[in-house]
Design a protein around this ligand. Structure first.
Ligand SMILES: [Cu+2]
Length: 319
């Protein structure tokens, strides 16, 4: 592999190392300060996600989980939570495990104040335990080929599920609500003051927004037009376009692939995209993405495209 086409994460590690050494560092001769894209010799991406010894939970991080988790370093949840005495325990809040709870995903406008608070509290908890950052980092890794092709919908279906499982480890009553932006034409007001800082591989990122500055929000006519498509590829590409505009409409972190999942509205936006897909699936039985071989595996997780077809089998529903 030519040294000028290094994996970006290697560069990041070297940069972090240089900072850590606190010595002046210089560009090495092979670290050119410019880069001309060359389509005949595309960038080489590592096929193995980085080994991350801090996150041994394979259920959530898939191939990103440590291959050899050190004995002395338990999962963040295993030692981050105090436990009350048995006689003081108040179900259902618990920590470190989740079972087979079925999630009923609701329109965020149907949530009670208590449900809104539980969602934001669980989001905050997984964030301060540094369990959210590595999930966001998975989204910044282009090797998963999750945008601009038929993997878009099935891949994000599993991604949402992993997030929901993480939230449910803190509070099993929490499900990801959906944001029907085409109908509302407004940002969920209860999220406006919530701009968390998330620790990513690239460093801490604080959520910003630039609502309505750089795009208009697709409306119900756009969604109806997407739903009218009779084949998966025409439907999914129309829906991905609507989804892209929603990202840009929120702006700030949501406008960037690497940072978008730091904003809780990312999950509510994708929940709505997933809900629209489920609605289309019910109306177009048997129309599945044509994915085979490696493209049919929703890496870094083991689920295949076939596993993503039935949301009830995945353990959730929409009302
Ligand atoms: Cu995405």
């Amino acid at each position: 592999m030519p040294t000028s086409k290094k994996n970006p994460s290697e560069t990041r590690v070297r940069r972090a190392y240089a900072l850590h050494n606190d010595k002046p560092h210089h560009h090495k001769p092979h670290d050119l300060p410019y880069y001309d894209p060359d389509y005949d010799h595309p960038r080489h991406y590592e096929h193995e996600p980085p080994d991350n010894p801090r996150y041994p939970d394979r259920r959530i991080y898939g191939e990103y989980a440590s291959k050899k988790p050190p004995q002395y370093l338990p999962h963040p949840f295993e030692h981050a939570c105090f436990r009350p005495r048995e006689k003081d325990y108040k179900p259902p809040v618990r920590c470190g495990d989740y079972g087979d709870e079925l999630c009923i995903r609701k329109d965020h406008r149907m949530l009670t104040t208590d449900e809104q608070n539980r969602f934001l509290n669980a989001f905050t908890q997984i964030n301060i335990m540094n369990a959210l950052g590595p999930l966001v980092d998975i989204h910044s890794n282009a090797i998963h080929q999750m945008h601009g092709n038929p993997r878009f919908l099935p891949w994000h279906r599993i991604y949402l599920l992993r997030m929901e499982e993480l939230l449910m480890m803190v509070d099993p009553t929490v499900c990801i609500p959906y944001w029907k932006s085409s109908e509302e034409q407004a940002f969920p007001s209860w999220l406006l003051g919530f701009t968390p800082t998330v620790n990513l591989m690239s460093g801490p990122h604080t959520v910003t927004r630039n609502i309505g500055m750089f795009a208009t929000l697709p409306d119900t006519t756009d969604v109806a037009a997407a739903l009218a498509n009779g084949t998966f590829n025409t439907f999914a590409s129309a829906l991905e376009g609507i989804h892209n505009s929603g990202h840009v409409w929120v702006g700030g972190s949501m406008g960037s692939v690497a940072f978008a999942p730091c904003d809780p509205v990312f999950w509510m936006h994708h929940c709505e995209i997933d809900r629209i897909w489920a609605e289309w699936q019910a109306a177009n039985p048997g129309q599945d993405p044509a994915l085979t071989g490696a493209a049919a595996i929703m890496d870094p997780w083991p689920e295949t495209e076939v596993d993503t077809r039935d949301i009830t089998a995945l353990g959730y529903s929409y009302i």
